[in-house]
Every structure is written in structure tokens, then in C-alpha cells.
Design a protein around this ligand. Structure first.
Ligand code: GLU
Length: 447
């Protein structure tokens, strides 16, 4: 297999689907060498099959807004790969959602889920519905309309959606209500990220951020470093950033910046518990403005319009918002300001130029599919609890999450350690995930 040939083919079939092509390119270039040592993979055309989703559902979602006007959005579910388990992955509600974005996310999800050690295939879905400025009632009506189409594509042993950008516990609740009504079954295992009184796992909301910090701890420890008293800049203020800020503070780090689409909030003395709590209000308000933090905490948080979190001096950068949010120029600015570690928490948060720059300068870097896998891993733990009709304590879930993040780190070290002793976490995560999925596909025959 030659990455360039496969990419040329894919680009011809899917013109303009840049995010999807970017994600595939990143994986293929890092697995090429290992792949070519396995003629049985080549014979079964594993790569050619793995880069295309198994199937895509597209549907119209029509709902009525608060003014009584009829609104129409597009909805999607992309079932990418089910070699190691039922399709599993989140739903994203964001105005920029198009098939290319969901295909990149579904592709990444396949490898990420393989790293979790749990039996989950890869999927992603969502809609171009824009939650910004929407009322609670509008969110409910949209979620209900979305589920009237999605419900018969999913099931606890078939495809299990969850949250992602724009979809949290509230949206999962509204969608589950409609699912239950249509399916006439109390099948909690069909969605994860549910409320903790009706089948949701304790710690699922925190899990992506907590898991990211556990992974960061392992990475730092392996490099002979420590997170205590380090300055952390993170982007976003949604669920993932909230969990990351909570755990970073708990581990003794100082979160000095959070950001949003409108700009950055600098917090020179470090984020406080009140500010972390306020992040939840900011998300629930659907205003999507980080400036609200500075308005609420004058003198403690300083807002600058149009700037990113990467303009603030820090030791560790944690992109927690959106794909491609950190460019090569941002990486250079971070380095200039003293940053020596970047753990990507968002899916494909760093542009390829930024990753190459970090790696060329010896700045520690780990990719999203390893760092943020604690979220979907805890979804997997939620599925186990649902299937056995029990509920684990916070300690039980946290211990399992810890163990999974440690195991993901070990897999990255196993497959990513280079002849000079350096650990290439991008290669490590991609090869580990790939080997597991490819082996399962091979064993299941040509389908
Ligand atoms: N959207 C999250 C992710 O990117 C979670 C998916 C899930 O829990 O199924 O991994």
C-alpha cells in the first residue's frame, strides 16, 4: 500500500471533503510501514475497506421554532466500522456540520474506540442545527424531530449514539424520551451520556476531561515531568473543557486561559471552583461567548476579543474545542511563550503543520484519539452497567477510567517508541488502533 495512491483515489471519489481526507492521510502515513509488513492485510484490501464508512443515513429534520416558523435541518448518522463491536460515537449539533466532518469524526472514532480496550465499533452523526441562541423548548423540539428519523437506525447492540459538540445531557434526555416513545421499550443502552437517575453512568460528563488529564499525567511522568504548579491554557468552555479544568486544578495545575469563538479569557491567578461551575451556566445559556466569564468575574478574568488561548504564556496547551483549532502559527506562538507540551483533547484539534512543528521542536505531543478516549470509554462502561442493570459508584468508574487511560498510554508507548527512544504518540495511537481493527476485519472475512 502506498498512502499517496490511496489518497489520490479517495480524493477523486470525495472531492472537497478536506477534513475527512486530512484524517485519513494522518492515519495512513503513520501505519504505512507496519501495514506493508503484513501481506495478508494487502490481500484482503483492509485499508481500502477501512477508509470508507459501512453506510450513511441522511435525513430531513423539520421542527417549529418559538415564533411558530417552520425550520428544516439535515440530520446524519454515519456507521463507519463494526469490526470490534456495535457502532459507537457521538452526535454533533453545529452549524458547520457536513458529511465530510462526520466522516472524519467517524473514521477517528473507529481507532479511538479500539484503543479503549472495550468492544466498540466507530460511528458519528449529527446535524447542521445551530444551538446558539436557541431556547430550551426549541432544543427539545429539534431533538424530538431528529429522533423520529434516527430511532430505527440505532439500538443497544447495533449503534449507540452519545453527545459531542452541541449535544450534552439535556439533548440526550430529550432524544431518549422520543426514542422510548417510538420504540415502546425502556432500552437505556441505546444512548450514552444519560442522566444518572435513569441509566447514565456517574462521571460520564466529566470523563473526557478527566481521562485527558490522566493521560497527560502518564505522558509527563514518562518524560520525567510533573503537572503540579504548571500553567495550563485550554480552549473552549464546554463539557470537555469543564472536565479538563476541574481535573487540572485538582492535580495542582494552574489554568490560566479559556477561550471561545469570541476571544480569550486570561486568568493570571488560575481558574477557581466558582469559575469552573460558571462554565456550565455559560454552556446552558447557548450564548457561546467566553466574554461572559470576564463579565461575571471582573478583575479575575480578562477578556481579549479575537485572540486564541494559544496567545497566553503556558507550560501545557490543551485544545478542547474544535478540529483544526491550533495552526502552525499558533504552535510557533506557544513555543515562543514557553509551552513544552500539547495534549490534543479535541478531535483533530491540531492542524498537520502544528503537529509537525511540535514534533520537530521536541515539544511533547499526543493526539486526540488517545487523549480524549476517556469519554467514549466511559460510555462503554455505561453500556456495561445498562446491560447488567446495575450502577457503579464514582470510585468504581474512576478506577476503571484510570486503568483504561493507563492502558491507552501503554499501547502508544508500545507501538510509538522510535529507535532513538523518543515516543511518537501519533504513530503509537494510530498503529495500535489500526492493528486491532485490521485483525478483526481479516478474521471476519471479505464483507
Ligand atoms: N463524542 C465523544 C467522542 O468524540 C464521545 C462519544 C461517545 O461517548 O460515544 O469520543
Amino acid at each position: 500500500m502506498k498512502t499517496a495512491d490511496i489518497m489520490a483515489n479517495l480524493a477523486a471519489k470525495h472531492p472537497g471533503e478536506n477534513e475527512y481526507l486530512q484524517a485519513v492521510q494522518e492515519v495512513l502515513e503513520s501505519i504505512e510501514e507496519v501495514y506493508n509488513q503484513h501481506p495478508e492485510f494487502e490481500k484482503a484490501k483492509i485499508v481500502e475497506r477501512m477508509v470508507e464508512p459501512d453506510r450513511i443515513f441522511t435525513f430531513r429534520v423539520t421542527w417549529v421554532d418559538d415564533k411558530g416558523d417552520v425550520q428544516t435541518n439535515l440530520g446524519y448518522r454515519i456507521q463507519f466500522n463494526s469490526a470490534i463491536g456495535p457502532y459507537k460515537g457521538g452526535l454533533r449539533f453545529h452549524k458547520a456540520v457536513v458529511p465530510s466532518m462526520l466522516k472524519f469524526l467517524g473514521f477517528e472514532q473507529t481507532f479511538k474506540n479500539a484503543l479503549t480496550t472495550l468492544p466498540m465499533g466507530g460511528a458519528k452523526g449529527g446535524s447542521d442545527f445551530d444551538p446558539v441562541g436557541k431556547s430550551n423548548d426549541e432544543i427539545m423540539r429539534f431533538c424530538q424531530a431528529f429522533m423520529t428519523e434516527l430511532w430505527n437506525c440505532i439500538g443497544p447492540d447495533q449503534d449507540i449514539p452519545a453527545g459531542d459538540v452541541g449535544v450534552g445531557g439535556r439533548e440526550i434526555g430529550f432524544m431518549y424520551g422520543m426514542y422510548k416513545k417510538l420504540a415502546r421499550e425502556y432500552n437505556t443502552g441505546v444512548l450514552t451520556g444519560k442522566g444518572s437517575t435513569w441509566g447514565g453512568s456517574i462521571l460520564r460528563p466529566e470523563a473526557t476531561g478527566f481521562g485527558a488529564l490522566y493521560f497527560t499525567q502518564h505522558l509527563l511522568e514518562t518524560a520525567g515531568k510533573n503537572i503540579k504548579d504548571k500553567k495550563v491554557a485550554l480552549s473552549g468552555f464546554g463539557n470537555v473543557a469543564w472536565g479538563a479544568a476541574t481535573k487540572a486544578k485538582e492535580l495542582g495545575a494552574k489554568v490560566v486561559a479559556i477561550s471561545g469563538p469570541d476571544g480569550v479569557c486570561e486568568i493570571p491567578d488560575g481558574i477557581t471552583d466558582e469559575m469552573i461551575d460558571y462554565m456550565l451556566d455559560m454552556r446552558a445559556s447557548n450564548r457561546n461567548k467566553v466574554e461572559d466569564m470576564a463579565t461575571k468575574f471582573p478583575g479575575k478574568a480578562k477578556f481579549t476579543a479575537g485572540k486564541k488561548a494559544w496567545s497566553v504564556a503556558c507550560d501545557i496547551a490543551l485544545p478542547c474545542a474544535f478540529q483544526n483549532e491550533l495552526s502552525e502559527d499558533d504552535a510557533k506562538e506557544l513555543e515562543k511563550n514557553g509551552c513544552w507540551c500539547c495534549c490534543e483533547v479535541s478531535n483533530m484539534g491540531c492542524q498537520p503543520g502544528a503537529i509537525h512543528y511540535f514534533q520537530s521542536k521536541g515539544i511533547l505531543f499526543a493526539p486526540g484519539k488517545a487523549v480524549n478516549a476517556g469519554g467514549v470509554a466511559t460510555s462503554g462502561l455505561e453500556m456495561t452497567q445498562n446491560a447488567s442493570h446495575i450502577s457503579w459508584s464514582a470510585k468504581e468508574v474512576d478506577d476503571k477510567l484510570h486503568f483504561i487511560m493507563q492502558s491507552i498510554h501503554e499501547q502508544c508507548v508500545k507501538y510509538g517508541t522510535q529507535p532513538d527512544g523518543r515516543i511518537d504518540y501519533v504513530k503509537g495511537a494510530n498503529i495500535a488502533g489500526f492493528m486491532k481493527v485490521a485483525t478483526a476485519m481479516l478474521e471476519q472475512g471479505i464483507i
